[in-house]
Design a protein around this ligand. Structure first.
Ligand code: RM4
Ligand code: MN
Ligand code: MN
Length: 432
């Protein structure tokens, strides 16, 4: 069963009372500064308050690499514990109102109990994720050589069926989207016929698409390599866009920031997908070398800002027909996952707030006049603005913590969970 310790609203209010005078001072000073450049701080604060990113259920457990996993203390043992941790993150940050579940990792016989706990904790359910990149105990056929694009029709059918089951689970939870990431690909030149594999993938996806409720979307996630090292079936945004287009209006492209070659211009991919009406959502994380799944904005905060710059620009131009789904997809190997996820959600809010500050008229003028330096300066002026007081005030007004990390550590939450959740004996490598 789940543990009982929860950080109380009184705890948060008491800690906030100590931090409020300094925050108010900083907020007022920033308000005056922004007013000088024609920005109303309240408009930005309101925008930040409306911003939410989904937590990955798989992110609250300690991650690992293929070499080792070093379990943290008080780790969640099941989906109910995971929801408790997610609710703690939401309570403190007020930036993560939903959770994205991953099946069968989060599979529990009593899906209604999951929904009930979500309701009790005030958590909604974002896209459900299918998993055909691992074999489960008692699974009939293996995904060793692929799933939705497998050469064997029976394996493809099994993978389709799993995705359909995910839709059913999602329906019971109130989700409105399915995210499909496949590990299908090849390790050696010649191993796989590129075109035939993609054809088989599309055929499988058509079967899944046919089962989507009318108000659902399916998000296709591309990734250039890993675990397949020579080729992957949905390697890049071009293939992703093509597949989503073939499937129809309910299929959209999902951009996982870590799924591109180093130095790829991801913000331009975002712009293209918006222009082509196919942007579905994001898996936010950061990386230095590959699919590192590091904390959002921890390696390249400017890139994250530039992604939000495209999103805010598109929203201003009313170029988005559907709001993209914002989700975190991270693996926390050496930190407390609750702390990492709080920091990441706040980091997204920060870059979003800064993107709202971009002087779009000035930027457009610089672009028209080919004034490259002024264009960059316009972006940098926003990026270099310390919006922390806006974020703190938005949290305070929503009854969250002005200093989420401070309150979290002060509460001893992890210590409480250590007692409530005795460590499981099993130690495994890998992401969960
Ligand atoms: C993959 C991909 C998927 C995620 C798994 C755990 O690399 O990013 O979105 O579900 O990892
Ligand atoms: Mn992902
Ligand atoms: Mn990934």
């Amino acid at each position: 069963m789940t543990g009982t310790y929860r950080i109380s609203p009184t705890d948060i209010a008491e800690q906030n009372a100590k931090a409020l005078p300094a925050l108010q001072e900083d907020y007022d000073a920033l308000a005056r500064r922004l007013a000088r450049s024609g920005n109303d701080i309240e408009t930005i604060t309101k925008a930040v308050t409306g911003f939410g990113v989904a937590l990955p259920s798989w992110g609250v457990g300690t991650g690992g690499t293929r070499f080792a996993r070093f379990p943290g203390v008080g780790e969640p043992r099941n989906v109910f514990d995971k929801l408790e941790d997610c609710a703690t993150i939401q309570k403190l940050t007020c930036a993560t109102p939903t959770v994205s579940l991953h099946f069968p990792w989060d599979k529990n016989k009593d899906v209604h109990a999951m929904k009930q706990l979500g309701d009790e904790l005030g958590l909604g359910f974002d896209a459900v994720n299918s998993n055909t990149f691992q074999d489960q105990a008692n699974q009939k056929l293996s995904y060793k050589f692929g799933s939705l694009s497998h050469t064997d029709a029976a394996v493809r059918a099994q993978a389709v069926e799993h995705n359909v089951e995910c839709i059913e689970l999602g329906k019971a939870l109130g989700s409105k989207a399915l995210t499909v990431w496949i590990a299908d690909g090849s390790n050696f030149a010649g191993q796989q016929h590129f075109a035939r594999a993609l054809d088989r993938y599309l055929e499988s996806m058509r079967a899944i698409y046919a089962k989507l409720p009318a108000d659902w979307l399916v998000f296709i996630e591309h990734k250039l390599y890993e675990p397949a090292f020579y080729s992957t079936v949905i390697a890049d945004w071009g293939t992703n866009y093509w597949a989503a287009t073939q499937l129809g209006p309910q299929a959209r492209c999902l951009v996982d920031l870590g799924h591109h070659a180093p130095n790829t211009n991801i913000e331009m991919i975002v712009s293209r997908l918006i222009q082509f009406g196919k942007l579905g959502g994001f898996h936010f994380n950061d990386s230095k070398y590959g699919d590192d799944d590091l904390e959002s904005g921890s390696v390249n905060p400017f890139q994250l800002f530039l992604v939000f710059n495209e999103l805010v620009d598109a929203a201003d131009r009313k170029a988005l027909d559907v709001a993209p789904a914002y989700m975190l997809d991270q693996s926390h190997n050496v930190t407390d996952p609750v702390e990492s996820l709080m920091a990441s959600a706040i980091e997204l809010q920060r870059r979003y707030a800064q993107a709202c500050l971009v002087d779009r008229a000035r930027l457009e003028q610089a672009q028209v006049e080919n004034d490259a330096l002024m264009a960059l300066d316009t972006l940098k002026a926003a990026f270099n603005t310390d919006v922390a007081p806006i974020l703190g005030m938005a949290r305070h007004r929503a009854n969250g913590a002005i200093d989420p990390l401070g309150v979290y550590r002060w509460s001893g939450y992890r210590r409480h969970k250590q007692n409530e959740r005795p460590a499981a004996a099993k130690q495994s490598a890998g992401i969960v």
